[in-house]
Design a protein around this ligand. Sequence first.
Ligand code: URA
Length: 210
Amino acid sequence: MFPNLTIVDHPLVQHKLTLMRQKETSTAVFRQLLREISQLLAYEVTRELPMTTRAIDTPLMEMDAPVLAGRKLALISILRAGNGLLDGMLELIPSARVGFVGLYRDEATLQPVKYYFKVPEQLGERLSIVVDPMLATGNSSAAAVSMLKDAGARDIRFLCLLAAPEGVARMQEAHPDVPVVTAALDKRLNDKGYILPGLGDAGDRMFGTK
Ligand code: URA
């Protein structure tokens, strides 16, 4: 149904996601689980990174050993909830370059408006992985990807924890070239734009706000 979508149905991911969905899970545990799950999702979203070889010496002999090729990849966090995925991914890919996109919704037009945009240089020569835990309507995600393309990015992947069908469809329509990786595809959005069954407001749950 969604050729742009990969669901990471690994048992560890699914178990941790269930704990995150439970409303009694504390802020500290939610944050820790998001950090752990982001590393499992990072494994999937970086699966096809280009490789090359480097001549090295082991204690026993020389060999041509595999290493990542090309420029350091760029992790782009959509503020503020994206930072929860970003932290764990940076532990796994410490040399990644990092960008931030801040958007708010104009209540009159309902369109996303940019209030912050800072991204690494030479985006056209890097893989950009956009991170935001919740792909709900897809409006802000699609807008963020458009901004990255305007800034020169050509190879973009989108990583989220939960996706709604409406958001995946929106991304597929706006950016069919951008693969979406998620831990689960939920049922639908409610009339306030929350994912059902979902986990509530990801930012509030990770930062302890209401
Ligand atoms: N953003 C969230 O944090 N949660 C949702 O369910 C939808 C968007």
